[in-house]
Design a protein around this ligand. Structure first.
Ligand code: MN
Length: 391
């Protein structure tokens, strides 16, 4: 058994497959201060492809010749994953996408009152006609087309339906719902997806932001409501608070819903470290799935139990995501866990010696805890040697 989930998860038993499309190279690169080199983009794309994601949003080619060139470099890798890129509803953006030789485009346009009035300075009809023309132009040039409603979660259902209807008529392959400011709640997302779902027999996707820490929850709510594709980014990087984290969405689908997308999840940590290194955005130690503490235990009660059965304090096997279980010995350690660990390593000690070792462990300064078997054994030997010497 590789995971141990809650029996209450029976409430949603569906294990329908969905597509994962990764936007690390586009929204992730829009993280303030982050810029990937072309070579880094290619390297990340190869790793994403090795993991097995279905599509990679490689960039926003119209931004600069440099961005166009980087997207083209990713396309020219001929990976298994489809290569997508972002376009505004403008012909020149789609021309840049065509020059970058992508498989498909994500054309975005907001039709929320806020964006129409203050950003776009156009009315709904104008916006819809612009989006429709772009969809048609991209379809005429043989691209897969996703039409995404930016700020969809703050747009009236009527406006969304009008936009999606026009996009569908012009041949869009997929309709996107973007929670651009991360402000919807999971049940609201479920309602929105269901409302669109019952009117359109096209693929639907979501792109969620994490401004309230709900990007993954909202993505999963969209899944439960019938979404076909989920936009994610490695380590959740992206604009402001970022996007739904690839590793979290994939592992939640796998272990909480029983959806096996046949991805090589054991590469997730490697991928996460690569993106952190290239982006300069550190991985918080308590980050789900890929954080350094995700499978690290120090509390005496936890360590003793985990040595008996890891699922007592772990939801799934760390090897599933390329992590290792680490037992930490320090101030939080308990006698039982230290005794068991020493015994497991073949070191027999008397109760008195054990008490001395545990006492000394508790004096270790913060940051110098021992996190491997050898460290504890060496520490125990040193304590016993000093004890013998001091009589
Ligand atoms: Mn975004």
């Amino acid at each position: 058994m590789r995971y141990f989930t809650s029996p209450y998860n029976f409430i949603h038993q569906e294990n329908r497959k969905v597509k994962i499309y990764d936007t690390t190279l586009r929204d992730g690169e829009q993280t303030p201060g982050v810029k990937f080199t072309k070579e880094q983009k290619v390297e990340i794309a190869r790793k994403l492809d090795e993991v097995g994601v279905h599509a990679i949003e490689a960039g926003f080619p119209v931004i600069s010749p440099y961005d166009e060139d980087a997207v083209r470099a990713v396309s020219s890798e001929r990976l298994n994953a489809d290569i997508l890129c972002l376009c505004r509803s403008k012909q020149k953006d789609i021309d840049a996408a065509l020059r970058a030789d992508v498989d498909g485009v994500i054309i975005f346009l907001a039709v929320s009152d806020l964006h129409l009035k203050y950003k776009l300075k156009m009315d709904l009809a104008m916006a819809i006609s612009q989006a429709s023309a772009s969809v048609e132009y991209a379809k005429d040039h043989g691209l897969f087309v996703q039409l995404s409603a930016e700020d969809a979660t703050r747009t009236s259902l009527n406006s969304l339906i009008a936009l999606y209807t026009a996009a569908k008529e012009r041949g869009a392959d997929r309709l996107g719902i973007a929670d651009t400011t991360g402000c919807i709640r999971p049940k609201g997302m479920a309602y929105l997806v269901q409302s669109i779902r019952k009117l359109f027999d096209l693929e639907l996707s979501v792109h969620c932001h994490d401004d309230f820490g709900l990007a993954v929850a909202n993505s999963l709510a969209a899944y439960e409501a019938g979404i076909d594709a989920i936009s994610v980014s490695v380590n959740g990087i992206g604009e402001r608070c970022g996007n739904a984290a690839l590793e979290e969405v994939v592992m939640a689908l796998y272990a909480l819903y029983g959806v096996d997308l046949e991805l090589r999840t054991e590469l997730l940590c490697e991928l996460s470290l690569m993106v952190s290194r290239f982006s300069g955005v550190p991985i918080p130690v308590n980050k789900a799935v890929v954080g350094a503490n995700a499978f690290r235990h120090e509390s005496g009660i936890h360590v003793a139990a985990v040595m008996k059965h890891p699922f007592t304090y772990e939801a799934y096997d760390p090897q599933l995501v390329g992590q290792e279980r680490k037992l930490v010995f320090g101030r939080h350690s308990g006698t039982e866990s230290v005794r068991e660990k020493l015994a497991a390593c073949g070191m027999q000690v008397t109760e008195e010696e054990l008490a001395e070792i545990v006492k000394r462990l508790k004096t270790l300064p913060i940051g110098s805890e021992l996190i491997d078997n050898g460290g504890l054994i060496n520490f125990a030997k040193r304590v016993l040697a000093e004890r013998a010497r001091d009589g």
